[in-house]
Design a protein around this ligand. Structure first.
Ligand SMILES: Nc1nc2c(ncn2[C@@H]2O[C@H](COP(=O)(O)OP(=O)(O)O)[C@@H](O)[C@H]2O)c(=O)[nH]1
Ligand SMILES: [Mg+2]
Ligand SMILES: [Zn+2]
Length: 287
């Protein structure tokens, strides 16, 4: 049967079966040697007299390192309009890291009930006109577009502490808060249980319990591929005079032309140049 690994604690693998029930399984030795299984892995499992064992890990479509979760479909970038401040630099950096992991970014703008400063409103509108899906939320109100966003998917939340990640999950699924309390109670007080990456069921989807992409370095991303990780740039790639253009100082650059013509946001481009500089300044070069 097919199943999904939702939790790993030492040699115990919690599987979610196709009917939604959870069982604890062991891992066959040949599988452990083949590749380190992680939460999110889709597996082939066998059952004999109620004892489950994983016999195979199925191919992954994405693999995150922090947290170590396989097959993540989307990363929700949770960004508040204030408290903490809205930051396009942070959104654009996270979005590059998310796309590099083969995961789709979604921008969730929170705390819209606090009043949106005009420059923040302008920045949000540029995202709404761009390629990444954008949703706005306010305290305790569930935008119909947001309802069901987790359904049938594996999601990771990212964004500054205090941006409203936990609140968002609770708004999406009011039973979730209760569930987490029950889980911590079940673990018992004073017991040293290492928290491995666990996928929680929230509103019909699976959500990693650890926020993702907390450390922002761009290791492994080359100066040539950076632009392809920015969705708003993609339509203009290939329109540059030089095919090794890094869209910085080169003549005949299609990206810079699109910025001049107002087709790409100047903020997106300036944030791109900052990330590019980090990559160019890096000691170890991936060329
Ligand atoms: N006014 C307002 N406050 C919010 C909203 N979402 C979260 N908060 C508050 O912001 C604080 C941090 O939220 P939390 O969900 O814990 O953020 P996290 O650190 O990203 O998980 C809490 O005091 C929340 O009540 C919102 O949409 N509007
Ligand atoms: Mg939180
Ligand atoms: Zn160019």
């Amino acid at each position: 049967m097919k199943a999904r690994i939702v939790k790993i604690v030492s040699k115990d693998y919690t599987l979610q079966l196709e009917d939604g029930s959870r069982v604890v399984a062991s891992m066959m030795g040949k599988v452990r040697r083949q590749d380190r299984p992680v939460a999110g892995d889709l597996v082939e499992a066998e059952e004999t007299d109620g004892v489950y064992a994983v016999s195979k890990i199925l191919p992954r479509h994405s693999r995150l390192i922090r947290p170590a979760v396989a097959n993540v479909d989307q990363a929700l970038i949770v960004m508040s309009v204030k408290d903490p401040d809205f930051s396009t630099a942070l959104i654009d950096r996270l979005s590059v890291l998310i796309r590099f992991a083969d995961v789709s970014p979604v921008l969730i703008v929170t705390k819209c009930d606090l009043g949106i400063p005009p420059e923040t409103e302008a920045a949000i509108r540029e995202y709404e006109a761009g390629a990444i899906p954008v949703l706005r939320t306010a305290k305790d109100t569930l935008d119909p577009e947001l309802a069901g966003i987790l359904k049938g998917k594996i999601s990771v939340l990212t964004g500054q502490s205090g941006a409203g990640k936990s609140s968002l999950l609770n708004t999406l699924d009011p039973t979730f808060r209760l569930a987490t309390q029950e889980i911590s109670k079940a673990l018992g007080r004073g017991k040293h249980t290492t928290r491995h990456n666990e996928l929680h069921e929230v509103d019909g989807g699976l959500v990693a319990d650890t926020p993702g992409f907390s450390s922002i370095d761009f290791t492994g991303i080359t100066k040539y591929e950076l632009a392809s990780l920015i969705p708003d740039f993609v339509p203009y790639l290939g329109s540059c005079r030089f095919n090794d253009c890094i869209h910085q100082n080169e003549p005949g650059c299609g990206i810079k032309k699109a910025v001049e013509e107002g087709k790409i946001s100047r903020t997106r481009y300036n944030n791109y140049l900052q990330i590019l500089q980090i990559i160019l300044d890096r000691k170890e070069k991936y060329i």
